[in-house]
Design a protein around this ligand. Sequence first.
Ligand code: ZN
Ligand code: ZN
Length: 71
Amino acid sequence: IFERDNHRCIVCGKYVDDSHKFHHEPCGQEKSDIISGGVVLCNNCHYARHNTDKLKLIKTKCEEYLRNLYG
Ligand SMILES: [Zn+2]
Ligand SMILES: [Zn+2]
């Protein structure tokens, strides 16, 4: 997943090294470690995805990104 996304956060483009955990989209009980179920997010965007009112916006970006790649 880090290689596919060139170590860039898919929301803001910031470099993310692979000591970080990628984000599962969807997350929670439906999450899966397949490549089409994960995206690279930087700390800020990852935090925002789970904990702020930007949650829906970032979730939509993750879903669109994966849809563009995998249909
Ligand atoms: Zn970011
Ligand atoms: Zn996450």
